[in-house]
Design a protein around this ligand. Structure first.
Ligand SMILES: [Zn+2]
Length: 444
């Protein structure tokens, strides 16, 4: 029976790949482009990762699958994704953290839902700690207790000593860093090392027919550190290092795929390019988890933040009314002014920072209980993004026994991946899919 691995890497970009390939720093990715087929994956319209990935996983345009952005919910999904289709046909499935899975499914294999969720379900039960890692990483900012818990879990899961050593090294540096720019690349490298290693273990253990791995570190890193490709910057090696970590992982997955006769797909949703200087501006974000803890709503409310606006919703198991939370947010004052602008709807609260404070991060904030804080405890002052999503450098690569060698093909769309996977499995392509089978990649 056919077997397929799909590595979905958010924001992986051809321009950096080409640059590092030229310096012989991406040995494994280079081998795949030499031994398989590659192309630019070109998405259309607004380049929102959840939207494009859902198109990749369904073979359909956004009007048919319903997932537009990070605020989308499980109820919005109006189409089957590739793992559901294959599962119904009896294939063994392994799903690792794609954005468009909200609750674990009982596959004959494994299922770990979206890394963005605080609510975590995982299947089977013994893998629950992987979901917990995301949850803890988002809520505890890698405190010492968190790291001790992680090490213990990873150790029990027979994580490699070398991998653990790399994590410890970065964790120690992390404890001396404060600003987002100083911390973020260490956090993302830790996540990359943890998740690539855990997934590789699951790959070997479960021997699935179809499995997908999802990572979104490259997106965050490329937004923040793009300018730093310039060798004078102290962060110039952040992106190259992340690419080297993923190249090592790809090398391991590639040898596994070759030994066990899998077809290996690698794709991103979009590439990156430099954000025009005139569009760059510093931005502020709400430190959501800290705010919820200070207001004592940590277990009742969750907030999704991507921009200066945060959408808050009550957790399903909370019995407190949303209006209590609204009142608490409304009464937060900074230098006598209301710190947040609020737009309530029946089920959610859309909260925007009332940005009158400029760079005065030491302004005092007064909470409803009278407690006083510095502004920068509640608001993160972030440097401007330097990298921007680009439709020109999205990645697609494939290698396997039925695939041509060393061929570059014309640009493909996100909708083409699911039909091509179905075709490799010899399954029918539902007529409502918007993509096509990439017949030109097959060795006849
Ligand atoms: Zn993306």
């Amino acid at each position: 029976m056919e077997k397929i691995i799909l590595l979905a890497i958010d924001g992986l970009s051809w321009n950096i790949i080409e640059e590092l390939k030229a310096k012989k720093q991406l040995k494994n990715i280079e081998e795949i482009t030499n031994n398989g087929v590659s192309a630019v994956l070109r998405a259309e319209g607004f380049l929102s990762s959840p939207k494009i990935f859902c198109s990749i996983f369904t073979g359909k345009k956004v009007e048919k699958h319903g997932i537009r952005d990070f605020y989308s919910k499980e109820e919005d999904l109006s189409s089957k994704q590739i793992w559901d289709i294959l599962h119904e046909k009896g294939y063994k499935i392994g799903v690792y953290r794609p954005l468009s899975v909200w609750s674990a499914k009982k596959f004959d294999g494994f299922c770990i839902p979206s890394p963005m969720l605080l609510e975590k379900s995982t299947y089977p039960e013994e893998l629950h700690f992987i979901g917990d890692l995301d949850k803890m990483a988002r809520s505890e900012k890698y405190s010492l207790t968190f790291l001790i818990k992680i090490f213990w879990k990873l150790f029990k899961f027979q994580f490699s000593i070398k991998g653990l050593f790399k994590i410890i090294k970065r964790s120690i540096s992390l404890s001396f860093k404060n600003s987002l720019e100083e911390r973020m690349y260490l956090l993302k490298e830790i996540e990359l090392i943890i998740h690539t290693n855990l997934y590789y273990k699951l790959l070997k253990k479960y021997k699935t027919h179809f499995t997908v791995f999802f990572d979104y570190s490259f997106d965050t890193l490329s937004h923040i550190y793009w300018r730093s490709m310039d060798e004078k910057s102290k962060y110039f090696d952040v992106l190259p290092n992340a690419y080297k970590i993923i190249d090592i992982f790809i090398g391991k997955v590639k040898s596994f795929a070759e030994k066990n006769n899998y077809h290996l797909f690698i794709c991103s949703d979009h590439g990156f390019e430099e954000l025009e200087t005139k569009k760059r501006r510093n931005f502020r974000t709400i430190n959501v988890l800290y705010l919820l803890r200070e207001l004592k709503f940590y277990y009742d409310v969750y907030g999704i933040y991507m921009t200066q606006t945060v959408v808050f919703r009550m957790r399903p198991n909370s019995s407190r009314p949303l209006t209590d939370f609204k009142r608490a947010i409304e009464s937060i004052k900074c230098e006598g002014k209301q710190l947040f602008n609020i737009r309530p709807t029946s089920k959610k609260l859309i909260v925007r920072i009332n940005d009158f404070f400029g760079d005065n991060r030491n302004f005092k904030v007064e909470l409803p209980n009278g407690k006083k804080l510095n502004l920068d405890e509640i608001i993160d002052f972030n440097p401007a993004h330097t990298g921007d999503h680009s439709e020109n450098y999205g990645v697609f690569m494939i290698q396997g026994s039925r695939i041509k060698k060393g061929k570059k093909i014309e640009d493909i769309t996100p909708y083409d991946i699911t039909p091509t996977i179905l075709s490799l499995f010899g399954e029918p392509i539902p007529p409502e899919m918007d993509g096509r089978v990439l017949t030109e990649i097959f060795d006849s």
